[in-house]
Design a protein around this ligand. Structure first.
Ligand code: FAD
Length: 495
């Protein structure tokens, strides 16, 4: 029997699993998809917000302001790229300036350090590419940028290294209350556990309703983005927001931690929790809105677009609490933005909650917070590269030309704990397919390496979700050992 079952391996579930692994507990992390970080954690703005935006006194404000300063240490321990580049919320008129003052006051109440209101001239000195009609801004130096899925993968890896069991392809479809706690039914397993932590993102309402009355609903709110080529990555130095609206923080222009430029999102309420398509009209809206921040944004350098779905709770705030009807069943639901920024603080709080219910947890003396460092070939010196290639010639073979990713890095991403098993799993971990050609050149090579390393036939390799097959049949029969070369490729829908 497990002590704790965590449902959902997004950034929230992986963070909680890793925090729990500090203690002498039997923990299982259950995920319906075939990889961690395939839900909302895969598609968002990737900003570690300073924390001035949320209404003081809300869970969003509390966990964001507490979470933001925790990122330096965690990212160092887990070898996740994180840059504290600061942010500006720009104002175009007096009405916007009133909002800036309101955000500043909220920031003070939320305890956000070093925020200041600056004038238009100061803005343009800091960001020469912004429009001349900007009259002022709120400057928050503690805002950061990160790779959210890389963080979740690193957390999962570190949790597993510290004893957490992870079950992928295991959709929870029912939960029964028992004398000792809960019996969870997935498509493949029956899991007995004392406590449950519900981190199922867009489906957290469905999971709650398996054991208690429906007291909240999660609605999807879609946001769409452009990603621009790395040659546009220095267009701005900081995260540039416009004033927030009722629907969210508005369209931002920001560098990504990998050196691209990200522009978006819009906000659109939907009913379908799987609608991750992008649409021409909404992208046009994002484009026109972003041009208010800077008319010089080089939209010719767009290399891809994508959409993410916020888990919008009917309560309006993060729900982080024990269910009133189910003892030891913790809902961590409605974790919309700034959920990524709040994730370390949420995880710490959930562990406290569970520990209180249990009457304390015993710390593990051998908990290891450090993850083995990633090999980032491109960032090594010439001598280091030569040494690595001497030890393993796979580091001498470039697979992704856009991002300069070697076969050695891809093999490492497969062989690590919670290793990649899909083309997008490789892309999330070591980035082939994220560059200018969007995988046009490297995807077949990545598939070959995956098939070889996993002992599978190449036709079994999927793009992302369990049934997203890429090769669907032979063009010719009877080609013997070369049959795989002749398999027909479906179109790869990048997002
Ligand atoms: C457009 C957009 C922009 C955003 N920008 C930011 C930002 O800049 N900064 C910030 O701080 N936050 C941002 N956020 C919010 C942030 O992305 C989320 O708060 C965070 O990713 C939520 O993580 P999660 O683990 O709760 O959800 P998810 O990542 O969705 O994880 C939930 C997991 O549960 C699994 N699951 C669901 N049902 C079941 C089941 N029945 N059985 C097993 N598993 C199940 C899913 O497959 C999924 O992997 C943004 C969100 C969006 C959509």
């Amino acid at each position: 029997m497990y002590d704790v079952a965590v449902i959902g391996a997004g950034v929230i579930g992986t963070f909680i699993a890793r925090e729990l692994s500090r203690y002498k507990l039997n923990i299982v992390l259950i995920e319906k998809d075939n990889d961690v970080a395939n839900g909302t954690t895969k598609a968002n703005s990737a900003i570690i917000h300073a924390g001035y935006d949320a209404e003081p006194g809300t869970n969003m404000a509390k966990f964001n302001s507490k979470g933001n300063p925790m990122f330096d240490k965690i990212c160092e321990e887990l070898d996740v790229e994180f840059k504290r580049i600061g942010s500006l919320v720009v104002a175009f008129n007096d009405e916007n300036m009133n909002m800036i003052k309101e955000l500043y006051d909220r920031g003070l109440k939320n305890g956000i350090p070093n925020i200041e209101i600056i004038n238009g001239e100061q803005v343009r000195k800091m960001e020469p590419n912004l429009n001349n009609d900007i009259v002022g801004a709120l400057y928050a130096p503690t805002c950061g940028i990160i790779g959210p899925w890389e963080l979740a993968i690193a957390l999962a890896e570190n949790a597993v290294e510290n004893g957490v069991e992870i079950l992928l392809n295991s959709e929870v479809h029912n939960i029964n209350k028992t004398d000792y706690g809960y019996r969870i039914f997935t498509k493949r397993e029956v899991i007995d556990t004392k406590y449950v932590v519900n981190c199922a993102g867009l489906y957290a309402d469905k999971i709650n309703n398996m054991v208690a009355s429906p007291y909240f609903k999660i609605k999807p709110r879609r946001g769409q983005y452009f990603i621009l080529d790395k040659s546009a990555g220095n267009f701005v130095n900081r995260v540039i927001f416009q004033c927030p609206t009722k629907l969210g923080k508005g369209v931002l222009v920001a560098p990504t931690v990998h050196g691209n430029l990200i522009i978006g999102p819009d906000a659109e309420d939907l009913n379908d929790k799987e609608r991750l398509d992008t649409t021409a009209d909404r992208l046009q809206y994002v484009r026109e809105t972003a041009l208010k921040t800077s008319k010089n944004i080089p939209f010719k350098k767009v290399i891809t677009t994508f959409a993410g779905l916020r888990a919008e709770p009917s309560t309006g705030d993060f729900i982080v609490e024990e269910s009133k009807e189910a003892r030891g069943f913790i809902n961590v639901a409605g974790i919309k933005s700034p959920g990524l920024s709040a994730s370390p603080a949420i995880a710490e709080y959930v562990v406290e909650l569970l520990s209180d219910i249990n009457g304390g947890f015993e710390a593990k003396e051998d908990f290891n917070p450090i993850r083995r460092r990633m090999i980032r070939f491109e960032k090594l010196s010439a001598d280091e590269k030569a040494e690595l290639i001497r030890k393993d010639p796979k580091f001498g073979r470039i697979i992704c030309r856009c991002e300069n990713i070697t076969e050695g890095e891809i093999v490492d991403a497969i062989r690590r704990k919670v290793g990649a098993t899909t083309v997008d799993g490789i892309k999330k971990r070591v980035r082939p397919g994220t560059g200018r050609c969007q995988g046009g050149f490297c995807s077949p090579r990545v598939m070959e390496i995956l098939a070889r390393e996993l002992g599978k036939d190449i036709s079994e390799i999927v793009k992302d979700s369990p049934n997203s097959y890429i090769l669907v049949g032979n063009t010719n029969k009877g080609l013997g050992e070369h049959a795989a070369d002749e398999l027909v490729a479906t179109s790869i829908d990048e997002n």
